[in-house]
Design a protein around this ligand. Structure first.
Ligand code: SIN
Length: 300
């Protein structure tokens, strides 16, 4: 397989296919397993300053082409999580700690207190009061929080953006202004499902965030828009199930992709996607540089 290794957002990746936050990133053992299976990097479940139980169940609704979750950022706090990161870091891929907070100080404190290869700022969870997208939909907050974390750590900082805004480019530009090394697009779309027998919302939190194949076209457009205005790399996430999806996301402008729901098919998905990208490049006679952002150049 031709080499797809390169530096994306300040991290050296063997392949540009990364384990997305929240999927198998709860324990060090599962992070390490994903790394050993060949993931380019692995992102943890989001952790914050204090332990949180999360929302009451049900927390997940499975749909035909995706799922809605309303986990509510359950986590043991950063204090209980460093040892999981340490186990994950015994694997062969960089470990990116996904962190959340209620503002600059909390984000900076969590980041300062953790040792990881990079941080991903969760400014995009759509269903946690006072956290995630509730603060991350304001460009000023995104810029301030990114700057505060950048000043507190000496490793790369990625910012995961919410698509639940009228123009995601403003958030990307704010992250870049705050010193982000990359943006990650997109987190889940606000969504709801209702039981038609009882009339009750199915999720304990009433609403949640939609992920999976249903949101891929939204993610492709967000990546396309962001890569058109940013100088820092865009990492694409949202509904990537196979190498064709990854190639499409890269043509939209993603320098790397994250996979989540596709892990249901097993840990082999990282290398399968990488092999598919490499074979497609060989067939077409393209380099990675030629692939990334090709759609924009096609219509220029
Ligand atoms: C959660 O843990 O509540 C999901 C995280 C997210 O949507 O960012």
């Amino acid at each position: 397989m031709r080499s797809l290794s390169g530096n994306v957002g300040g991290l050296d990746l063997q392949i540009p296919v990364i384990l997305a936050a929240g999927i198998l990133g709860t324990t060090g053992a599962s992070l390490r397993r994903a790394a050993l299976a060949g993931a380019g990097a692995v992102v943890t479940k989001s952790v914050g300053l204090l332990p949180r139980d999360g929302h009451p169940g049900p927390t997940v609704v499975v749909l035909e082409d995706g799922l809605i979750n309303a986990m509510g950022l359950p986590n043991p706090s950063f204090r209980g999580f460093q040892e999981e990161i340490d186990v994950g870091r015994t694997g062969p891929a960089p470990v990116v700690a996904s962190i959340f907070g209620s503002g600059s100080e909390e984000f900076a404190e969590v980041a300062r207190s953790l040792k990881a290869d990079a941080f991903e700022l969760n400014l995009s969870c759509p269903h946690a009061e006072g956290l995630g997208a509730e603060i991350g939909c304001q460009p000023d907050n995104v810029e301030q929080i990114t700057r505060a974390v950048k000043r507190s750590v000496d490793v790369p900082v990625w910012v995961k953006l919410t698509p639940n805004v009228s123009d995601i480019r403003a958030l990307g530009l704010a992250a870049q202004e705050g010193g982000a090394d990359a943006v990650v697009a997109i987190n889940t779309l606000r969504a709801m499902a209702i039981d038609i027998q009882s009339g009750y919302p199915i999720l304990g939190n009433s609403f949640g965030g939609l992920s999976g194949p249903a949101i891929k076209p939204v993610a492709v457009k967000a990546v396309y828009d962001l890569s058109g205005v940013l100088e820092i790399p865009v990492i694409g996430v949202g509904g990537i199930s196979d190498w064709q999806d990854a190639v499409e996301m890269m043509m939209a402008g993603a320098s790397a992709v994250q996979v989540g729901t596709a892990l249901m098919g097993g840990y082999g998905v990282f290398q399968e996607i990488a092999r598919g990208i490499a074979s497609h490049l060989d067939r077409k006679g393209w380099t990675m540089e030629e692939l990334v952002g090709l759609a924009r150049r096609r219509v220029a």
